[in-house]
Design a protein around this ligand. Structure first.
Ligand SMILES: *Cc1c(COP(=O)(O)O)cnc(C)c1O
Length: 496
């Protein structure tokens, strides 16, 4: 793939006067734009023939790595297979041609989908009702926390400004809490990787709005003390928030609603198989217990005897999440459609197989590799687990090196350096959709890399060798990103 086209920007392939497209003849007469609307100079657009354009973008598209190319064991991200039928449904013109401002009687089918998935998600999670509006997990967290804040405020309980977040939490948890204006209080983990209930107790008081938990947590471990934690949080007047990014291993087996969680978010793009990566697209529905239903943001779909209706917010001054919009309309509809298709495809019976298979795959990899890789918490995991780098630390080969070397063998790297509990964290989540052959192939390569690290550490430290771009300078890329073509030109000119 290292042909000349690769690596060029489309601008560098430009030749003045070349065209790939011609506009249809103007049938509408001549109109002029007012001067203030016009550009001062022509836009600098690349000028290329059609074949150059096609090759350029096709070659670039082949540099993408996705679940459809290969194994993608990115911990915390649930990169499961995205069935093609999801795409077929999401691309049906009867859905894609809808406009959010269409008369309600003409969108009854779409509203039925929204209503049904609200009910399905409520039933899967044991919550009373669900909003589909948030666009991502983090957006769901923010919505859920605003809802908690709004609940306390409406009761006149204004002292509750703190939210408890475990030290193993995903970075979005404290970030969402901060954006919501809440103060973050960290609770420590025990050496077994679970929330330390003894560390939690002294943190509780009448200033606690709630606590966020992920279960299984980011180490892939089931938080077995949840009943006690839920009791403690409720006794002090707080609400318990469930970060549902790791719902996958619990699907059909256990429900956050039954564990005592009051507010949850789900990541449809993770658990419910819709393609994600590189920042989107996603959907982060939020579920609530009965007493929080009045705080669900609008618009919200409900069912009446005359059909499906969209409840909208009331025009009042009162601050409540019920009166604000957290997204433009009814959420990321095409992602919702994919997730709905996935749920219907599996059905009640087969959805129960997701968790056990995801758990089996993760434990199988963990057991096969723990002789070569450091396993700080050696216990049964759920859908994912964390190694702390190679077992043999004398070689100087780091988790980063192993991750880069995996690319040479055609695998996506696991999540690395997260969670922050271990210096050389390597978080592996295989999901339920990979065959034993694929998983065995990955295990074999991980063994090969461990052997390379012992016998020829420099080889691993120099990886990757087979990718279009070798090892990038992360610091330079972060401190001095080149994000536009113009910047590239200016930089080149400056350095000449
Ligand atoms: C992915 C993830 C999030 C954030 O979800 P986004 O959809 O990426 O915003 C939050 N918590 C955990 C544990 C996650 O894995």
């Amino acid at each position: 793939m290292n042909n000349k086209l690769y690596g060029n920007l489309i601008f560098e392939l430009s030749h003045s006067g070349r065209r790939a497209y011609s506009l249809p003849e103007n049938q509408f007469g001549h109109h002029t734009l007012p001067d203030f609307c016009k550009r001062e100079k022509d836009a600098e657009l690349p000028e290329c023939d059609e074949m150059t354009v096609v090759r350029h973008y096709t070659n670039h598209s082949e540099n993408n790595f996705g679940v459809d190319n290969g194994f993608y064991p990115l911990g915390s991200c649930t990169m499961k297979y995205n069935p093609v039928i999801n795409e077929e449904v999401a691309s049906m013109a009867s859905f894609t041609d809808l406009h959010p401002h269409q008369p309600i009687e003409t969108v009854q089918g779409a509203l039925e989908v929204e209503y049904n998935i609200q009910r399905a998600l409520a039933s899967i999670t044991g919550m009373a009702d669900v909003t589909l509006n948030p666009y991502a997990g983090a957006h769901g967290e923010l919505t859920g926390l605003m809802l908690i804040a709004s609940y306390h405020q409406q009761r006149g309980d204004k002292k509750r400004t703190k939210v408890i977040v475990p030290d193993s939490a995903h970075g979005t948890n404290p970030a969402s809490a901060a954006v919501c204006g809440l103060e973050i209080v960290e609770v420590k983990s025990t050496s077994d990787g679970l929330v330390d209930v003894n560390d939690l107790r002294p943190l509780l008081g009448d200033d606690i709005a709630g606590m966020m938990m992920t279960n299984p947590n980011t180490l892939g471990l089931f938080e077995k003390d949840i009943p006690e934690i839920a009791k403690l949080i409720h006794e002090c007047g707080g609400l318990l928030y469930y970060d549902g990014a790791n719902l996958n291993p619990l699907l059909g087996a256990a429900r956050p609603g039954d564990m005592g969680f009051d507010v949850i978010h789900l990541n449809l793009h993770k658990t419910f198989s819709t393609p994600h990566g590189g920042g989107g697209p996603g959907a982060g529905p939020v579920g609530v217990c009965e007493k929080l239903i009045p705080f669900l943001p609008k618009p919200h779909v409900s069912k009446t005897k005359d059909g499906f209706v969209i409840e909208d917010s009331e025009n009042t001054e009162e601050f409540s999440t019920a009166n604000i919009r957290i997204s433009g309309y009814l959420g990321n509809f095409l992602v919702i459609l994919r997730a709905y298709t996935y749920i219907l495809t599996l059905g009640k019976k087969h959805i129960k197989e997701v968790g056990p298979f995801a758990t089996l795959s993760a434990n199988y990899i963990k057991e096969c590799l723990k002789d070569d890789y450091e396993l700080p918490i050696d216990t049964l995991c759920k859908h994912e687990f964390v190694f702390d780098g190679l077992k043999d630390k004398s070689t100087g080969v780091t988790t980063m090196d192993v991750a880069k070397r995996l690319l040479d063998y055609g695998y996506h790297a696991p999540t690395i350096y997260f969670p922050l509990l271990f210096h050389e964290a390597m978080m592996i989540e295989p999901t339920e959709t990979e065959s034993k052959d694929t998983i065995d192939g990955f295990i074999e390569v991980m063994h090969i890399i461990a052997k390379e690290a012992r016998e020829n550490p420099e080889l691993v430290k120099g990886a990757p060798y087979n990718t279009p771009i070798g090892r990038v300078d992360d610091v330079l890329a972060a401190k001095h990103p080149i994000l536009t073509y113009r910047q590239l030109i200016n930089d080149t000119e400056e350095s000449v």
